[in-house]
Write a protein that binds this ligand. Sequence first.
Ligand code: AHM
Ligand code: MG
Length: 339
Amino acid sequence: MSAETLRANGQESILPISITDHILNEQRHHPEATGALTSIMLGLARVARRISKTAREAESSGAYGLTGEINVQGEKVIKLDKQANDLFKEVMSKDPHVAGFASEEETTFVPFKPDPKRKYVLWFDPLDGSSNFDTSVTIGSIFSIYQRVSSVEESVNEADFLQKGREQVGAGYFVFGFDTKLVYTTGNGVFNFNLDSSGEFVLSKELPQIVTPEESMYYSVNEAYSPQWFPHVVAFVEMLKTMPEKPCSARYAGSLVTDFHRNLLKGGVYLYLSDKKHPEGKLRLNCELNPLAFIAEQAGGRATNGEMDILDIQPTSLHQRSPVVIGSKNEVNAFLKSK
Ligand code: AHM
Ligand code: MG
């Protein structure tokens, strides 16, 4: 009997529940499962282990500094951005279920060898918050898994990477801080793993499943842009600071995964909206917002662009940006009412 089953039967497990145990157990509820998600998740965990090690040994691994390139987002590429992207590419190209991927760091999507068994495509932000890396602020990787919509007889095409977030079959992120975490969902709740000293992601004993508080303790926004904010945003942030019962406190790392993760656990709302200088906000719909919106909803939170739920937006281009308010339900709903 697996450790998961023991726990489900009300018997405390003394064995740690690995990511492999967990996914296999999840798949018991899906008799049609082929093992593809297990394989993909294990590949992602492998990539994360390597990024974690490279980041921890940044001096000797040569991960600090810039490559000298500018990516498709117009941003300077740091060496660890490139190393992380190359790792995702290499490991996922060897997965027999993955037909191709798209990434914040790639100009367009990358097809793998055509094969009818390759039924899934992935989106990554290989290294989110990377501009913080040389100051030891927590960074992360974000991923999203879709079933391809193109014919399996052919190579993937752009439509595979322009699916609504609602179509995700799995999504998650890794947090690289003083420890390494994996948070993921396949649409059946949000699960929380820690990388242990043997290199295994194990289900957290303290907090195996994450349900986000309905009320925010924190708000996260770059207030340096407040001179450009539209009046309703100024008023909303003021309201967060002055809520009579429990005013929110500010926390902003400038690293989306870090800010999102803290707010998910403690209750909080993250905003990156349109302003007079950023008409579409900054964050990328496909590789950043859709996966985090899937996690937020599965944990009981919400994500909106101000007009509709993030997961219902039909993407029209690969690197499209979107305004976002994401996190605890009460404050996301309050934002929508305040408009
Ligand atoms: P990136 O590091 O993948 O390019 O992501 C963009 C980052 C987010 O992690 C973060 O929340 C945001 O940009 C911060 O932007 P700003 O400096 O404008 O506040
Ligand atoms: Mg990012």
